[in-house]
Write a protein that binds this ligand. Structure first.
Ligand code: ADP
Length: 314
């Protein structure tokens, strides 16, 4: 979908820091001052290698952690501080999460219908038993499952079907934002495409926004309107999918893109994977500030590095 930048963001993350004190003299800086916006109905892809802080950002947004610093605004609410009961209630319905491993996140002793209906039960979102059943049936249909699937248990489903259950469970709450944390990484590539297509169709129909967290850029390209590139807890570059793929500025972004295999064997043969090592790059993430490249395309680097890039020396 086209993003209208004049719209108010649905989610606005500003200077988010998330530190974990692991011992008396060691603190992990998992997220270091990350800022980005997600607009209503769009998909924001957050990419980076394992350990870069992607999950931590997702978990901070959904308030599984108290942010160390920064603000998170969601649908007009400041959700980074202590929240009122009504705001907490609104957050728990309007923001939902889909996890990587549906087997681990779906209760094996519960029937799928009850797993999907749990949110409705907790938040009293129906008047009669029939209304509840009807809502579950219609969500099952929306994710491509049959009504009889409601009475089965998670182990009776394939991986792809289980992820559909995970999507249905999130969707039944009619959320404004779904955080999908590596939600297709555990699936076969052919099934990945099916699930991503389903998510796109659902977005068209419901207008929900996605924060799509992944380490695999090829699927991120396919689903995202905008992309943020994360490394060592820093958001190094953010822009529209086209901006990131056509004009990557940060050397780390370039190395990530160069690692994607090309489907065309002739192009693939010529592909040169660029290596990037933070330690030897001469770049200091802590000294970087956000520089506007064009439109909504920002890169984080020092003024000198940005000047160098502008003069095409690097
Ligand atoms: P990603 O999702 O990109 O793989 P994570 O957000 O899981 O990265 O982790 C980022 C960094 O924060 C890692 O170094 C990880 O070990 C650390 N980390 C994540 N959660 C915790 C925690 N609860 N306690 C301590 N360190 C953590």
């Amino acid at each position: 979908m086209m993003v209208n930048e004049t719209k108010t963001p649905l989610l606005s993350v500003k200077g988010l820091k998330q530190y974990f004190k692991v011992s008396s003299n060691y603190t992990v800086h998992a997220v270091e001052g990350v800022s980005f916006d997600i607009y209503p109905g769009e998909t924001y892809g957050l990419v980076g290698e394992s350990g870069s802080g992607k999950s931590t950002i997702g978990r901070s947004i959904i308030r599984l952690y108290d942010p160390t610093d920064g603000t998170i605004l969601f649908n007009g609410m400041d959700i980074s501080k202590k929240m009122s009961r009504t705001d907490t209630q609104a957050l728990r319905t309007q923001m939902q999460m889909i996890f990587q491993d549906p087997m681990a996140s779906l209760n094996p002793r519960k029937k799928v219908g009850d797993i999907i209906g749990e949110g409705l039960d907790i938040h009293h979102m129906y008047h009669t038993h029939e209304e509840r059943e009807q809502k579950i049936k219609s969500i099952l249909a929306k994710v491509g499952l049959a009504p009889e699937h409601a009475s089965r248990y998670p182990h009776q489903f394939s991986g792809g079907q289980r992820q559909r259950v995970g999507i249905a469970r999130a969707l039944i709450m009619n959320p404004k934002l779904i955080i999908a944390d590596e939600c297709i990484s555990a699936l076969d590539v052919s099934i990945q495409a099916q699930v991503v297509n389903l998510m796109k169709d659902i977005q068209q129909e419901t207008g929900t926004a996605y924060l799509f967290i992944a380490h695999d850029l090829s699927m991120v390209k396919y689903i995202s309107d905008r992309i943020g590139v994360l490394h060592l807890g820093h958001l190094l570059e953010t822009g529209t999918t086209e901006e990131i793929f056509e004009n990557p500025v940060h050397p780390y972004t370039r190395s990530l893109l160069s690692a994607i295999p090309a489907p065309n064997p002739i192009v693939e043969k010529k592909r040169i994977a660029l290596s990037y090592d933070y330690k030897t790059s001469g770049i200091d993430y802590n000294k970087g500030t956000d520089h506007l490249v064009s439109g909504s395309h920002y890169v984080k680097c020092t003024d000198e590095e940005f000047d160098k890039w502008r003069n095409q020396e690097c």
